[in-house]
Ligand binder design. Structure first.
Ligand code: FO1
Length: 309
């Protein structure tokens, strides 16, 4: 069964670890968010692609959910202490290897999708990993006091302190889906919207012209709610959903996807929201969705695929 999966960062990576156990990884194509990408120390960093790659490759930092396991901070320390370089975004020594290879290949003229495929192969990923686009798209936060910040400057640099007035995706209007993205969606027997941030991960992917329309034409599209019991499981969706006028609620998020969604997985904590989602014409399923083990992730993935068919 061919599966295409729209993925952001940690929540999606946890789900994908279960998905590649439920189906043959060779039949899975992940379409990843690149709106979080940033240039730092002259390097191109792709946080959400790396979180998926490291998680599926077995090298993710176990508690951070980003960066590499067993990493050290020698270079970061030298950059800070010797050269006074910016240190608000920590790149570990092992993690740097990824950014060095990616940056060198991009400088040599390779596309982000070509480089991502090379890096994924080096990590032994059996599934496909595509950036949503090869073009520059930058998730930008407008704060209530009128400043425009790169998503990472807001989330990491300012620790998500300032309240958010708006979220925009600079460059999205001119961006094209990366090669293979529309085919992966069209050819999929099931498309999965992973439990990622609806605003700055899934929303960013949907901002690339052509992707939302492809989802509307696609085979069954099933999503997994990233909101459980009115709260985010991880990350900052609770700070961003209000900024785009969506309640921090499992049914409200489904409503935002209703034009392309066929089925929606709710956590048991939100079982009472099933009728509201069904009223959207979206099939609902209720199951345990907090993936604190790979076994839960695998059963959630199986449940999700069964609900779609
Ligand atoms: N998040 C932090 O809170 N602090 C960091 O210093 C940091 C560094 C970092 C480096 C590489 C990387 O791939 C991710 C990193 N992140 C860091 C997490 C990052 O902000 C998130 O992974 C996503 O961009 C949002 O989901």
């Amino acid at each position: 069964m061919k599966v295409a999966a729209l993925a952001g960062g940690v929540g999606a990576a946890r789900f994908l670890r279960g998905l590649v156990r439920a189906v043959d990884p060779a039949d899975v194509t992940v379409v990843g968010n690149t709106g979080d990408d940033l240039r730092l120390h002259g390097l191109h960093v792709s946080p959400d692609l790396d979180t998926v790659m490291y998680t599926l490759g077995g090298g993710i930092h176990p508690t951070q959910g980003w960066g590499r396991a067993d990493d050290t901070l020698t270079v970061a320390g030298e950059l800070r202490d010797r050269y006074g370089a910016p240190d608000w975004f920590t790149l570990g020594d092992r993690d740097l290897a990824t950014h060095l290879v990616r940056s060198e290949r991009l400088a040599a003229g390779a596309s982000l999708s070509q480089v991502t495929a090379e890096l994924a192969r080096a990590w032994g990923l059996g599934c496909g990993l595509l950036p949503m686009t090869d073009d520059p798209v930058t998730t930008t936060i407008t704060t209530v006091d009128g400043r425009q910040l790169h998503f990472q400057e807001w989330w990491v640099g300012e620790r998500a302190g300032p309240d958010v007035a708006a979220v925009t995706f600079a460059g999205a209007a001119a961006a094209q889906p990366a090669p293979g993205v529309l085919d992966a969606i069209a050819d999929a027997d099931v498309v999965v919207v992973c439990p990622s941030n609806p605003v700055v991960s899934i929303g960013t992917i949907l901002s690339v012209p052509g992707i939302r329309a492809a989802l509307r034409d696609a085979g069954p599209v099933v999503g997994v709610s990233p909101i459980v019991g009115g709260r985010v499981v991880r990350g900052m969706a609770d700070r961003l959903l209000p900024a785009v006028g969506v309640a921090v609620d499992a049914a409200a998020v489904a409503k935002g996807y209703a034009d392309f969604l066929d089925a929606w997985v709710l956590d048991t904590a939100d079982a009472q929201r099933a009728d509201e989602v069904a009223a959207l014409g979206v099939r609902t399923g209720v199951t345990a969705s907090v993936m604190d083990t790979v076994a839960v992730a695998e059963s959630l993935a199986r449940f999700t695929l069964d609900l779609a068919r």
